[in-house]
Design a protein around this ligand. Structure first.
Ligand SMILES: NC(=O)c1ccc[n+]([C@@H]2O[C@H](COP(=O)([O-])OP(=O)(O)OC[C@H]3O[C@@H](n4cnc5c(N)ncnc54)[C@H](O)[C@@H]3O)[C@@H](O)[C@H]2O)c1
Length: 293
C-alpha cells in the first residue's frame, strides 16, 4: 500500500510515521506547502526514532527502514497513493482545496481512498463539491502512540470505504471506533469543551494554572491536566473545534472562552509556538506556568 499524508505538522508527521511502521505499507509521501516544512516533518520523525534507538528500544536498522519509506515534497509527488490522509489546517476551505487539487490534478489511481484527519469539521461538507467521496480517519496525538482512530462516514461515504478504513486502521495496530458524523465527533465533543471550561476556570480566577492541572490529574486521575493538554494539542486547534461546535449547534455551552481566543490571536498556541499556558523556552520537560514567571 502507498499512502500520501498531506500536511507535515504535529499530526501529519506522526501519521506518516505510523504508516511507515506498518509492514503492509511500502511508501509514504509526506507533503506540505513548502519542501522545508515536509523535510521538517521527516526530521521530527527521525529525532523521535533516534531517541528510541539511544534508549535501546529500537534497532537502528528498524528506524532506518521506517524513515527509508518516507518521501517528502509538495502534494504533486502523490501520484499513485492507495490512500490519502489529509492533516493540513483545521479550515474547511483549506481541506476542500487540498482534496480538489489531489482528485482533479494529481492522483492517478482511480481506487484511491481520500481520508481527512479533521478534528471536528463535517466530512459531508468537505466532500460536497468533490468528484470522489471523503471519509474521516481521525488519529490522536501523538499518532504513533495513541491507539484510537475514529472512523467517520459522511452522508455520501460508501459503506465499502468505511470497511476498508476500519481494516487499514487495524493493520496499523489501532483500535478503530466508528462514529456518526456530528460536530466534534465523539471524543472531541467531550474533551475540548472540558479544556475550554478549564480555561474559563483560570480566566475567572478560581484557581491558578498548576492548581487546575494538578486538580484534574490528582482528583480525576487524568494523565495530563487540561491546560497542559490544550497546549499540547495546540490552542488554535482547540479554538477551531469550539467554534465548529458552536456554529453547528448554536448552543452557548460551546462558546469559546474569551481567554482562549485572545491567546490564539496573540500566537500563544502552546508547545508549537513555545508558549501557551506554560512557557516551553527550556523544553517541554522544564515547562513553567506563565502565571508563575
Ligand atoms: N493537534 C492535535 O492534537 C490534533 C489531533 C487530531 C487531529 N488534528 C487535526 O489534524 C490537522 C493538522 O493538525 P496539526 O496539529 O498537525 O497542525 P499543524 O499546524 O501542526 O500542521 C499543519 C501543517 O499543514 C500544512 N499545510 C497547510 N495547508 C496545507 C496545504 N494546502 N497542503 C499541504 N499542507 C498544508 C502546514 O504548513 C503545517 O505544516 C487539523 O485538521 C487538526 O484539527 C489535530
Amino acid at each position: 500500500m502507498k499512502v500520501a499524508v498531506i500536511g507535515a505538522g504535529a499530526m501529519g508527521s506522526g501519521i506518516a510515521q505510523t504508516f511507515a511502521q506498518c509492514d503492509d505499507v511500502e511508501k509514504v509521501y509526506l507533503c506540505d506547502i513548502k519542501q522545508e516544512f515536509a523535510d521538517g516533518g521527516l526530521n521530527k520523525i527521525k529525532k523521535g526514532l533516534d531517541r528510541l534507538v539511544s534508549k535501546g528500544k529500537m534497532e537502528q536498522a528498524a528506524a532506518d527502514a521506517i524513515t527509508g519509506k518516507i518521501v517528502t515534497g509538495l502534494s504533486d509527488i502523490a501520484v499513485d497513493p492507495d490512500l490519502v490522509v489529509e492533516a493540513a489546517l483545521e479550515r474547511m476551505d483549506v481541506k476542500q482545496d487540498c482534496f480538489k487539487k489531489l482528485q482533479d490534478e494529481i492522483v492517478k489511481n482511480p481506487d484511491c481512498i481520500y481520508a481527512s484527519n479533521t478534528s471536528s469539521l463535517s466530512i459531508t461538507q468537505i466532500g460536497a463539491s468533490l468528484s470522489k467521496p471523503i471519509i474521516g480517519m481521525h488519529f490522536f496525538n501523538p499518532a504513533p502512540v495513541m491507539k484510537l482512530v475514529e472512523v467517520i462516514a459522511g452522508i455520501n461515504t460508501p459503506a465499502e470505504t468505511v470497511e476498508k478504513v476500519i481494516e487499514i486502521s487495524k493493520q496499523l495496530g489501532k483500535v478503530p471506533v466508528q462514529v456518526n458524523e456530528a460536530a466534534g465527533f465523539a471524543v472531541n465533543r467531550i474533551l475540548v469543551p472540558m479544556i475550554n471550561e478549564a480555561i474559563n476556570v483560570y480566566y475567572t480566577g478560581t484557581a491558578d494554572i498548576e492548581g487546575i492541572d494538578n486538580g484534574m490529574k490528582l482528583g480525576c486521575n487524568h494523565p495530563m491536566g487540561p491546560l497542559e493538554l490544550g497546549d499540547f494539542i495546540g490552542l488554535d486547534i482547540c479554538l477551531a473545534i469550539m467554534d465548529v461546535l458552536f456554529e453547528e449547534t448554536h448552543d452557548n455551552k460551546y462558546a469559546a472562552s474569551p481567554l482562549l481566543r485572545k491567546m490564539v490571536r496573540g500566537k500563544r498556541l502552546g508547545v508549537k509556538t513555545g508558549i501557551g499556558f506554560y512557557d516551553y523556552s527550556n523544553g517541554p520537560r522544564n515547562k513553567v506556568p506563565t502565571d508563575k514567571k
